[in-house]
Design a binder for this molecule. Structure first.
Ligand code: PCA
Length: 234
C-alpha cells in the first residue's frame, strides 16, 4: 500500500528587535511563543520565525532573502505599536516612509516613497475580516486597523506584498501590530520603559505607562490568525 506523503505547508513569521524608544521588542518573545503554540496545535504546519532589522533598506533585503529561501505558503509579520490596547490586524500598507525617529541604521525619512512610481497601497491578503470576526466572537482583544503607520512596520508590510509577488509567490501576506505585553500573571512589566511613536503606529497617551496585554493572550491571537490563514487541509 502506498501513501501519498502530505507536503507540510510553511508559514514565515517575522518579528523585530529593539528600536529607538523600545529597548525590548515584545515581538521576539511573541514569535517564539507562537511557534511553540503552532507546533502543538498545528503539527501539519512548518513555522519559520525570522527577525528582520528595524531598518528601511535592511528589512527589504532581509525579507527578500527569507522569502526566497523559505518559499513560504503564507507570510505574517509582527511589530509592536506602543500605546495600542488591542491586537491590530492591519488592512492596508501604503507606499510611504516618514517618521520622526531614525531607523537602526540612522536613516530618517520624511515623505519618501518606498518604491518610486510603485503602487500606492496594498491591502492585506490575510483573511483579516474573518479572523477578526472569529476572534471577537471568542472575546479576544482585537481590531481591524487601517493604518500601520509610516515607519518600518508599514514598510515591511508593503514590501512583503510587493516582493512576494515579484518572486511569483502567490501567498496570503500581511501584518499584525501588537500592543506592549506583560508576562502572564504579572500586573505590569517593570523596568522597561516603552515610548509610543505615532508614526510607528503608536498611540500617545496622557497617563503614565502604556496599556499592556498578557503575553499568552497575544500568542493565542497570533496562532489563531496563522491557523485561519492556512487552515487544515481535508
Ligand atoms: N514596530 C515599529 C518598527 C518595529 C516594530 O516592532 C513600527 O511599528 O513601525
Amino acid at each position: 500500500m502506498s501513501t501519498t506523503p502530505t507536503q507540510a505547508r510553511t508559514l514565515l513569521l517575522t518579528f523585530f528587535g529593539p528600536f529607538p524608544g523600545v529597548p525590548v521588542n515584545p515581538t521576539v518573545a511573541l514569535a517564539e511563543g507562537a511557534v511553540r503554540a503552532l507546533n502543538t496545535a498545528r503539527p501539519d504546519l512548518r513555522v519559520v520565525a525570522r527577525e528582520l532589522p528595524v531598518s528601511y533598506d535592511g528589512s527589504s533585503t532581509a525579507l527578500r532573502a527569507a522569502l526566497q529561501e523559505v518559499q513560504p505558503d503564507a507570510l505574517i509579520s509582527l511589530g509592536v505599536a506602543v500605546g495600542r490596547d488591542v491586537v491590530s490586524l492591519e488592512q492596508v500598507a501604503i507606499n510611504l516612509d516618514s517618521a520622526g525617529i531614525e531607523d537602526n541604521d540612522g536613516d530618517r525619512r520624511c515623505d519618501e516613497p518606498i518604491v518610486p512610481d510603485g503602487r500606492e497601497a496594498y491591502f492585506s491578503s490575510l483573511p483579516v475580516r474573518a479572523s477578526y470576526e472569529r476572534l471577537r466572537a471568542a472575546g479576544e482583544p482585537v481590531e481591524i486597523s487601517y493604518t500601520a503607520g509610516t515607519y518600518v512596520c508599514n514598510h515591511v508590510f508593503y514590501e512583503g506584498q510587493r516582493i512576494s509577488r515579484e518572486l511569483g509567490l502567490s501567498i496570503p501576506a500581511g501584518f499584525v501590530h501588537v500592543p506592549a505585553t506583560r508576562a502572564d500573571g504579572e500586573e505590569t512589566t517593570e523596568g522597561v520603559e516603552l515610548t509610543a511613536h505615532r508614526d510607528a503606529g503608536g498611540v500617545v497617551r496622557d497617563e503614565q505607562g502604556v496599556p499592556q496585554l498578557p503575553e499568552s493572550t497575544v500568542v493565542r491571537i497570533i496562532a489563531e490568525v496563522a491557523s485561519g490563514t492556512l487552515p487544515v487541509l481535508d
